[in-house]
Ligand binder design. Structure first.
Ligand code: 13P
Ligand code: SF4
Length: 307
């Protein structure tokens, strides 16, 4: 049964013509009233396809910014304006410009967890679900991969024929998980399959049974005939899966994998945002035409090569 706040949101989103796009890490009560729930790539595709004139993103800032780039004629809002991704802020465009000057022959591949101003100096974006496919499809064999060195390492191992220079950055939440955390979880649950996000360190990724995006992990666990899983990404995914597959058991890889930014958005934030799209109280993503034009080239490339 849906709650009073949820039914108010459903009514208001119709009245105010709002599509709600929720990242897979969002709480169950938000996912229940969303038009789509997915990983970064799925949210990008949906931002392009949405028929509504307003988009409300429940996730972190770079996701709303990407939605704005892909749908510049729509108004795009972020449900909680404090929700950022620390990885997205790790590198400045000047650093990439310097590396490009030294090695101009490299195609610059940026994980989508980056700011618009950083995307503006890159050639193509990737997400965790599309990185291997896109890197394989890029014609150039010499690449620069930023900012997640763990995802970069994973891609390099899947595409060994390419020369990938990797800069050191990454997700502080996933990167905090150690091999000992994995060994401890496996010792407690020896029959469980290990499903991890490629933002984890290489030593953890190498020992996993499946490596994939947030949605990839959810899909894999749902389809599998196996009964027990250790989930190596934000702990919300284990909770979501446990609700959806009551006949299976889901264990968290480590209680350290809690993303405080993804946890910021509440159902009341969603209610206030859907209500506030026309009175200026919702947090709107504002970008100039020039900013959009500069930064969206690598997002368009991602959609072209990743679809
Ligand atoms: P996904 O594209 O797998 O959803 O990853 C986004 C993210 O921020 C994971 O921490
Ligand atoms: Fe960013 Fe990591 Fe949080 Fe994902 S889990 S939003 S990469 S800080």
């Amino acid at each position: 049964m849906i709650s009073k706040v949820q039914s108010d949101i459903l009514k208001l989103k119709k009245e105010n013509d709002v599509a709600i796009l929720a990242h897979s890490y969002q709480a169950k009560e938000i996912a229940e009233i969303a038009d789509v729930v997915g990983d970064s790539f799925q949210l990008s595709l949906m931002a392009q396809k949405a028929k509504q004139k307003n988009i409300l993103l429940c996730g972190v800032h770079f996701m709303a910014e990407t939605a704005k780039m892909l749908s510049p004629d729509k108004r795009v809002f972020l449900a909680n304006q404090l929700a950022g991704c620390p990885m997205a802020e790790q590198m400045e465009p000047e650093l990439i410009e310097q590396v490009k000057k030294m090695e101009p022959e490299r195609t610059v591949v940026a994980y989508i967890n980056t700011t618009a101003k950083l995307k503006a100096v890159c050639d193509v974006c990737v997400t965790s679900s599309t990185a291997v496919k896109i890197v394989n499809r890029i014609e150039n064999d010499k690449l620069l991969f930023i900012p997640d060195c763990n995802l970069g390492d994973y891609v390099q191992k899947q595409v060994p024929n390419k020369d990938i220079k990797i800069l050191q950055g990454g997700c502080p939440i996933h990167a905090a998980v150690t091999l000992k955390d994995l060994d401890d979880a496996k010792a407690m649950h020896p029959n469980a399959l290990v499903l991890v996000h490629p933002e984890c360190i290489p030593a953890v990724v190498e020992k996993a049974d499946y490596v994939g995006s947030t949605s990839g992990i959810v899909e894999y666990a749902k389809k599998s005939n196996h009964k027990e899983f250790i989930i190596g990404t934000e702990i919300s995914i284990a909770e979501t899966l446990q609700y959806e597959c009551m006949d299976k058991e889901f264990y968290i890889l480590s209680k350290k994998i809690v993303c405080p930014n993804m946890k910021l958005t509440t159902l009341v934030d969603v209610y206030k945002s859907v209500k506030g799209v026309n009175d200026g109280s919702a947090f709107e993503i504002v970008m100039t035409d020039e900013e959009i034009a500069k930064s969206r080239k690598c997002i368009d490339e991602m959609i072209r090569l990743g679809s």
